[in-house]
Design a protein around this ligand. Structure first.
Ligand code: NAP
Length: 448
């Protein structure tokens, strides 16, 4: 029997569990730990609430979770409740699938001003992550500046631009929906330090900006390179740039019935956040490309800004005792192996890039690696106690472990609380998640 502990129940964690099931079938036991009482990580808290088709991949993870050889062990924080070393003594392999939940910082003056957020915090707010649910951004000003030219910047710009009606069918949390409903933002500036050919935005996501009911994208045609140069781009990138060209061709008259502008400001690198207490503007330096890199031209200007969201990438949280590559913001590893018996996968291995699906081959590759390392020793020589050993430890420490069955009770309560047309209304406080589980247990026992 192989005993595997996976830390993190997002896409990388579940694909790794799926791969372990395929590799060893009944000869493996997998425990998937999460610090939250609810599974699915980025699917629940990162993927945009109006992208339900992407979130639907959780049905595949549920299939994995419901098999007898895989367990969800929620509400347990590795590094606090249980150490990595303890897990290593209990399991044949420990896999860190902890993602990259922290914002990279801009490192600019004024970054600590009020109403300046990183995308992990801002996305976590509208997705109801307990850590960020109380963010309470002030949306009463007129201009939001979104820094970055990736898909997260697009998500944030789109969410800021949408009307209440456009959120029908989404699972945006009630507090964010109500705040956005009374937002006074009429200009959303998307700031890119490089140019249209260097965007990291995919066509489907970019195309959505052309179909918003009260907002319209605007691009300065002078920022676009000669059309002939598009031929040098990858097909997907070319498609995105063609969309930018179509935005640049939107006549001003078309905007008359669209009160919100989404202005792309290319070749514009942020230099400082300005304000007293709260942000009021952002100082930007014009750039030009030099060998693909943005270099400052010395020309600066200030964009008034009442809200700033920096969507410039994420980093993994270090875990005491686990080697960390500070400059890359992820665990130090050799193709997923940190040391024999300890591995990382997904964003924790390679940094925050790629789509949800990119984690699938990652998960399968790490299981191959584990299999090589375990080799003939699995089940022999030095048998590990796996889940039985963990359960003893959890009982001794009084940990309130949330199982997958418990999660289904929490999920049922979230589904029941959904506003009309929405799939669910998420609990945004851990205690409320736990209480929903307890209430369901009491109801099942006939106590209420
Ligand atoms: P990303 O794709 O790496 O984009 C980060 C952006 O921030 C880049 O435009 C980068 O510019 C810019 N940037 C970095 N540091 C900066 C600085 N100091 N000042 C100004 N700009 C800076 O990251 P992301 O948008 O966070 O997305 C993460 C991953 O999730 C990506 O793989 C993305 O495709 C994926 N994702 C997918 C979806 C979807 O498929 N629907 C949705 C959301 C996210 P440079 O290029 O100049 O470095």
């Amino acid at each position: 029997m192989r005993h595997i502990a996976i830390i993190g129940s997002g896409p990388a964690g579940y694909y790794t569990a799926e791969a372990a099931q395929k590799m060893w079938g009944e000869d493996v036991r997998v425990d998937i730990f999460d610090r939250l009482p609810v599974p699915y990580g980025l699917i629940r808290s990162g993927v945009a609430p109006d992208h339900q088709s992407i979130k639907a991949v959780s049905a595949r993870y549920e299939k994995v979770a419901l098999a007898d050889n895989v367990r969800f062990v929620g509400n347990v924080t590795i590094g606090e409740d249980v150490s990595i070393e303890e897990l290593q003594t209990l399991y044949d392999a420990v896999v860190l699938a902890t993602g990259a939940p922290h914002d990279r910082t801009l490192g600019l003056p004024g970054e600590a001003l009020g109403n300046v957020f990183g995308s992990a915090a801002f996305v976590g707010w509208y997705n109801g992550h307990p850590q960020f649910a109380g963010l309470d951004p002030d949306l009463s000003g007129s201009t939001a500046v979104v820094i970055g030219n990736g898909n997260v910047a697009l998500d944030v710009a789109r969410i800021l631009a949408k009307t209440r009606a456009e959120f029908v069918g989404s699972d945006i949390v009630g507090h964010a929906l109500n705040a956005l409903d009374v937002s006074r933002i009429t200009q959303i500036v998307v700031l890119g330090r490089r140019g249209p050919h260097q965007i990291a935005m995919t066509p489907k996501e970019l195309g959505e900006l052309a179909h918003l009911s009260r907002a319209c994208p605007r691009i300065n045609p002078a920022d676009l390179p000669d059309e002939g140069e598009d031929m040098m781009l990858e097909p997907g990138q070319r498609k995105s740039v063609m969309l930018l060209r179509s935005f640049a061709a939107i006549p001003e008259a078309h905007r008359d019935d669209k009160p919100v502008d989404i202005d792309f400001d290319f070749f514009a690198a942020p230099r400082a956040l300005i304000g007293e207490g709260a942000v009021t503007g952002i100082e930007v330096e014009r750039t030009r490309l030099d060998g693909g890199r943005a270099v400052g031209t010395g020309e600066t200007y200030v964009i008034p800004a009442s809200l700033v969201v920096a969507c410039i990438g994420y980093q993994t949280s270090p875990i005491p005792g686990v080697p960390f590559d500070e400059s890359a913001g992820r665990f130090a590893n050799d193709e997923g192996r940190i040391v024999r018996g300890l591995y990382c996968v997904g964003w924790a291995r390679r940094g925050p890039s790629g789509t949800i699906g990119t984690n699938r081959p990652d998960g399968y590759a790490i299981v191959e690696r584990i299999a090589e390392d375990l080799g003939a020793s699995a089940g022999g020589g030095h048998p590990r106690r796996g889940r039985a050993g963990f359960d003893e430890l959890a009982a001794a420490r009084g940990l309130d472990v949330v199982t997958f069955r418990d999660w289904k009770k929490i999920e049922a309560a979230e589904n029941l609380a959904a506003r009309e047309g929405a799939p669910r209304e998420k609990f945004v406080v851990v205690a409320a998640m736990i209480a929903a589980r307890t209430d369901a247990d009491l109801a099942a026992d006939g106590a209420v």
